[in-house]
Design a protein around this ligand. Structure first.
Ligand code: HEC
Length: 350
């Protein structure tokens, strides 16, 4: 295995070296030119090996999937990322980027295939390990996600964020002791790490340590005042402590507020936002929302929230990631964005 990797590195290296040879200017003295010609001749077998390596990599790139629910702008995004990767298949950056694009739209298999290729080419690049860990976690392949998060920790052993993700993974995996160990480590490094605090509080609630849950949760609201889960857990702690007023207040905020997103995941999700910001048609969107947007929460918050198109596009994308593109296509999403952002311009008379 090691030998294979080494061999590949060598070939990659030669491919890159050769690219620099090709950029030599043709104004140099003749004897040097013939020397270069000799070198190039010697490089021919390497060139062939290099070409084979490129072709092999290209053949391992994911085939573009059928796009049923994506609009023209989204499809263009995929075409461009795919084109760039095929153009330079030795570039882990381009292949990883293709993986991010698939990942942002929940094309799990294609994203995984791209990340694995990118990791093969650049085994020490943190991002492809990190993103694939999130991907595997989202499809509940806990074992694979665990090993990838642990690998990520080999690069950043003091990342409170990764420790919290791993703790959260163990919590979902029903391994509370491992979860507690990782949350504790994360909170030692970053006392207000929101995911670790939420997880640790969840463990406290399970074992009926209500006050401990409050101590963990209350400070989190300073930085994340609308975090839905935090309100939900607070309500549970207060109700058990007999403080019903407080419990109700938090319960009313727990229906929906916001989630937590790490900066790297934020960067990935941003990739999908632009295609639904403009071009939507607001006609009929209200009816559509009444069917689509009342599945997980009421529409009260939607009605009272006034934001611009970009904010709505980000929010609707988040809902799509929750419920899937089959539930809401890009076209429907952009229509809803257009409706919600432009409401004020033409308010419905009471
Ligand atoms: C699959 C469940 C689900 C569906 C369907 C859903 N939402 Fe949400 N929504 C959530 C969750 C969970 C939250 C809280 C966490 C978050 O904001 O990501 C939320 C929060 C929100 C928020 C508050 C965001 C904030 O930051 O204040 C708005 C606004 C919203 N949804 C709008 C919509 C709209 C519009 C639709 C229909 C296109 C929709 N939701 C459909 C699950 C859903």
């Amino acid at each position: 295995m090691v030998a294979v990797k080494f061999h590949r590195c060598l070939i990659d290296r030669r491919c890159y070296d050769e690219m620099t040879v090709n950029t030599f200017s043709n104004t140099m003295p003749r004897h040097r030119t013939s020397l270069i010609a000799l070198v190039l001749l010697a490089a021919l077998p390497i060139n062939a090996a290099c070409q084979r390596e490129r072709e092999s990599l290209i053949s391992r790139l994911p085939l573009p999937p059928k796009f049923f629910y994506q609009n023209r702008l989204s499809i263009e995004l995929f075409r461009e990322a795919d084109r760039l990767a095929r153009q330079e298949p030795l570039s882990a950056e381009r292949i990883g980027r293709l993986g991010m694009t698939y990942h942002a739209y929940r094309f799990t298999d294609e994203a995984r295939q791209s990340y694995e290729l990118a990791r093969n080419i650049a085994p020490n690049e943190y991002r492809w390990i990190y993103y694939q860990a999130f991907l595997e976690k989202s499809v509940f392949d806990f074992r694979k996600a665990e090993s990838l998060f642990q690998r990520a920790l080999e690069f950043k052993s003091d990342s409170a964020e990764v420790l919290a993700e791993l703790g959260d993974l163990y919590l979902k995996w029903n391994r509370p002791d491992d979860a507690a160990t990782h949350f504790t480590k994360a909170l030692t490094i970053e006392p207000l790490q929101p995911l670790a605090a939420l997880g640790q509080a969840r463990l406290a609630l399970i074992t009926e340590r209500w006050d401990e849950a409050l101590t963990l949760l209350v400070p989190i609201l300073d930085t994340h005042p609308r975090l839905s889960l935090c309100h939900k857990y607070l309500a549970r702690a207060y109700v058990n402590l007999g403080l019903t007023d407080k419990a109700e207040q938090h319960l009313s905020l727990s229906d929906y507020g916001s989630g937590i997103e790490t900066p790297l995941m934020g960067e990935l999700h941003e990739l999908s936002v632009d295609p639904i910001v403009n071009g939507g048609k607001p006609e009929g969107a209200l009816d559509l929302m009444q069917i689509k947007c009342t599945r997980c929460h009421t529409s009260t918050r939607i009605e009272v929230t006034h934001q611009d198109r970009y904010w709505w596009a980000q929010t609707v994308r988040r809902m799509q990631r929750e419920a899937g593109w089959a539930w809401l296509s890009d076209e429907q999403a952009s229509n809803i964005v257009a409706y919600l952002a432009d409401r004020e311009a033409s308010p419905v008379s009471p």
